[in-house]
Design a protein around this ligand. Structure first.
Ligand code: ADP
Length: 356
């Protein structure tokens, strides 16, 4: 496995209770490192991404050169950090992990860059959240493997060029659109990761159950997979919840029925939607007549941060076709109305009374 060093901006987990289907990493997820696949062969799904990386890695190894810089784009919990570690391991290199918000001063970045050996992986999570200064500082590091470092200030300012070893930067982002064009252009490999299919998630659940020694029936794994909103991190978390329930209330075997009851108690419905997802859709339907409505208005009505809605709630609702994003705002689709047991009123028509 790759040797790793982590540089973080402190614990960013919020004190407030986080939903069981939130894709954001929690302490309980962090503890289970053994669930992460360690090789590309073990990595489930994301076939195109894996194939492209495989080719890049084999070619780089053959040329005895470091891998090109890699940009991983996709929703939280889809396996970007896992892939960064796999890349380092497959290249036989060390990995230094940090995140955009943790890199504040060029001096700190300089320290990290100059500690990198040839081929090492510098993993920057949330790379879209780098400050402009740091981003510009990284340009020449990525392109020419050297940095211009300014010593002193004002009249005494002096720029020195510091050479760096050829490293690989692996950046992860949930918002590729927020990266500047020069930054995007410096990546040789661009991998977009999509939500996992239910079948793939079922494999993730079965693999994790094996590692955790949890007896599970195919129906149980399928039920958990269905409610995991396309996200392996959520699948693993739901598996742990259902396992605990099966152990305490039943004989420990995870069956479909037990998964169904346990997840119902966690307020996760058959589509994997939680309270906030449902409140989001209900607000569009009941307050805004099905939409279109702007995200700012929704954020104010729900008393939730716009970023939470854009990053956590909307992507999955868009993916499963419950939400449409139009130039004039967000709209709930007919399927969303049906899922919530509400009568669809059609385009521009007044809202019908709710179904009994
Ligand atoms: P991200 O960095 O995109 O937020 P992570 O790499 O931290 O996501 O993945 C979250 C968890 O999901 C990991 O701990 C791992 O156990 C699991 N996971 C992610 N991708 C896969 C995969 N392809 N196969 C099996 N498990 C996976």
């Amino acid at each position: 496995m790759a040797r790793e060093k982590v540089i973080s901006a402190g614990d960013q987990e919020e004190a407030q209770e986080v939903s069981v289907v939130s894709p954001i990493e929690k302490e309980e997820d962090r503890r289970e490192w053994n669930l992460r696949p360690h090789t590309l062969d073990e990595y489930i799904g994301q076939t195109t991404v894996v194939e492209n990386l495989q080719i890049g890695i084999v070619a780089a190894r053959r040329r005895q050169e470091p891998l090109e810089h890699v940009l991983l784009h996709g929703a939280p919990g889809l396996g970007k950090t896992t892939l960064a570690h796999i890349i380092a391991a497959e290249m036989g290199a060390s990995i230094i992990s940090t995140s955009g918000p943790a890199l504040e001063k060029p001096k700190d970045v300089m320290g990290i860059l100059s500690s990198l050996e040839v081929g090492d992986v510098l993993f920057i999570d949330e790379i879209h959240r780098l400050s402009r200064v740091i981003e510009e500082f990284l340009y020449s590091a990525m392109e020419d493997f050297q940095v211009d470092f300014v010593l002193d200030k004002g009249a005494y300012a002096k720029t020195i060029k510091i050479p760096l070893k050829r490293f690989t930067l692996v950046g992860a982002t949930t918002r590729a659109g927020m990266l500047s064009a020069p930054m995007r252009d410096r990546f040789g490999i661009f991998a977009h990761m999509d939500y996992y299919s239910v079948e793939e998630l079922k494999k993730v659940v079965e693999r994790s159950a094996r590692i955790l020694n949890v007896p599970i029936e195919a129906g149980g794994a399928l039920e958990i997979a269905r409610r995991s909103r396309g996200t392996p991190r959520i699948a693993n978390r739901l598996l742990r919840r259902v396992r605990d329930f099966a152990e305490v209330e039943y004989d420990g075997v995870v069956t479909q029925k037990i998964a169904d009851i346990a997840l119902g108690r966690e307020m996760v419905d058959e589509m994997g939607l939680d309270k906030l997802d449902r409140a989001f859709l209900r607000t569009i339907i009941e307050f805004y007549n099905g939409g279109p409505v702007g995200i700012e208005a929704l954020s104010a009505t729900l008393n939730e941060e716009t970023d939470t809605l854009v990053d956590m709630v909307e992507p999955y609702l868009l993916k499963i076709g419950f939400l449409n994003r139009t130039p004039s705002g967000r709209k709930a689709t007919q399927t969303a109305f049906r899922h919530l047991g509400m009568a669809f009123h059609g385009e521009g028509e007044p809202l019908l009374p709710l179904a009994p």
